[in-house]
Design a protein around this ligand. Structure first.
Ligand code: COA
Length: 261
């Protein structure tokens, strides 16, 4: 495993856990953290012993309380474009990861932290979690994909309500509007997230990757193009040994032993 100064990265039972490690600043994302997150995602995605990834924050208060406001305060317009593009690139790599990524939201997920959670495929929140896109309070807008991803997940009306009021919502409200997939007591957050990942990883890995790709890209296309992508990927899976194994295992009433081929 590569050395990281701003992240904790560990792999256990085919699950990589990447924890953002800056609890004294509510895990606010500075440029160094975003760059390391990009490298860590690349590393764990390429590792054959990793099936899925959990992103979380160190400590009990914050998942990530946003981009580093002290850093943003110094930017000019050209830096602003660079800052936004860097975060967008890293978050897009998370969204398009062929391995499932779950955000274990252990506290505040604000601004860039909410956007990071939105780029993950699923979000499990602890009861003390709060979500918000308060950028307009600072005179900016979300710049890491939040204006696109939030309305796709909760609908345009709710997304604009969060963005325009800059108010935070609690975990139960996030669950109610479909922003959080599940809410659990903080002490159970990592166990619940690992358990859900374990359930996911019992399935065919190639199929998981293509389900993510088809859903993510499909939502960005016309229905006709998305349907064409779906049927082509469906056909591609028919060429995998995992498909034979999955169906044979069902017919033989046993658990499938997938190889990812
Ligand atoms: N960028 C930089 N530093 C941040 C930060 C951010 N996004 N969020 C929190 N911090 C820092 C605080 O400045 C403080 O640092 P200090 O101890 O050196 O003064 C430390 O983290 C603890 O935060 P504090 O505000 O004292 O904690 P709190 O419990 O009173 O409030 C929050 C927690 C999350 C509600 C509050 O920190 C906050 O509103 N953060 C900014 C959220 C935001 O606007 N995010 C969008 C950015 S684009």
């Amino acid at each position: 495993m590569a050395e990281y100064t701003t992240l904790l990265v560990e792999v256990q039972d085919r699950i990589a856990v990447i924890s953002i490690n800056r609890p004294d600043k509510m895990n606010a994302l500075n440029e160094g953290i975003i760059r390391e997150l990009g490298r860590a995602m690349e590393e764990v995605t390429e590792r054959e012993d990793v099936g899925g990834i959990i992103l979380t924050g160190v400590g009990e208060k914050a998942f990530v309380a946003g981009a580093d406001i002290a850093e943003l305060a110094k930017m000019g317009p050209v830096d602003g474009i660079d800052v936004s593009r860097l975060g967008q690139r890293v978050f897009r790599s998370i969204e398009l990861s062929r391995k499932p990524v779950i955000a274990a939201v252990n506290g505040f997920a604000l601004g860039g932290g909410c956007e990071l959670a939105l780029a993950c495929h699923l979000r499990i929140a602890s009861e003390n979690a709060q979500f918000g896109l308060p950028e307009v309070k600072l005179g900016i807008i979300p710049g890491y994909g939040g204006t696109l991803r939030l309305p796709r997940i909760v609908g345009k009306g709710r997304a604009l309500e969060l963005m325009l009021t800059a108010q935070f919502i609690k975990a139960d409200e996030a669950y109610r509007i479909g922003l959080a997939n599940k809410v659990v007591p903080q002490a159970e957050l990592m166990d619940t997230t690992r358990k859900m990942m374990g359930t996911i990883l019992a399935n065919g890995p190639v199929a998981l990757g293509l389900a993510i790709e088809c859903t993510t890209r499909g939502m960005e296309m016309s229905v006709d193009d998305g349907l064409a992508l779906e049927s082509n990927l469906f056909g591609l899976l028919a060429a995998t040994s995992d498909m034979r194994e999955g169906m044979t295992a069902f017919l033989e009433k046993r658990r499938a032993a997938f190889t990812g081929r």
